[in-house]
Design a protein around this ligand. Sequence first.
Ligand code: BO1
Ligand code: ZN
Length: 260
Amino acid sequence: MVWGYDKENGPANWYKSCPIAFIGKRQSPIDLIDNEVKRDSSLEPLVVSYPPFSKGKFLNNGHSVQFVPDASNNLSELSGGPLAKKYKFEQFHFHWGDKDSEGSEHRVNGKMYSAELHFVHWDCETHASFPETVKANKRNGLCVLGFFLKVGAENAALKPITDMLPKVKKAGSSEPLAIEFDMRSVMPKDLTDYYTYDGSLTTPPLLECVKWIVFKEPLEVSAAQMEAFRAVENGNGEPLVGNYRPPCPVHSRTVAASFK
Ligand code: BO1
Ligand code: ZN
């Protein structure tokens, strides 16, 4: 059976084709608990170089909606913070719920946000491409930036993306980027406050090769923007909602916070 988020093929059953779901000691997401994180004031702000994208495609893969820039157009890079290497941007995608009280993958002190945005990057000093990085399956091969979304004011920076959601309603559909999109404008102004820890992909194959950096401050989206996500369909033509994995055990990992 192909993995998904329904009862029969959802996170609780992923271990059947992906035993690391159960036996892994560095699985993601996790609950970020303030009393248990280690404050590390030596953690520097993240350094991003994200020129706006003019070319790329937005697609519905049945599990999420994802933006992938054209290779010729992709100069976006990430370094600094807990990273020892330079990372190249690959794609971003979202996880969300069927109601505002759920949808994020990471939690903060047990609290779920309405959605979570993931910027996926790979170590371009060590590897030649995203697939090769995944194949090598080394710790810190990938770096994913996580942003919580909560319902509030309309998010103008995300509007080019949320406006495209109706065009990728059907699983398998894709749409070229219509207007320029600036990832940097989506992020918080200062990149100082984040949690970081060693974890995994949150979907099969659940590989434990991800340096996670999750920003503390949530982004806001309007109720209408949130509803646009919930109108997207999965491969069975049903609403694609609840495409998040619940938190996993931390085991002996250290979760660091860059802030006090
Ligand atoms: S996430 O940011 O941890 N939610 C995440 C999860 C999976 C991927 C990227 C980020 N990528 C997956 C693709 C699969 C592919 C796999 C290995 O990488 O979604 O289609 O099989 O290449
Ligand atoms: Zn994700």
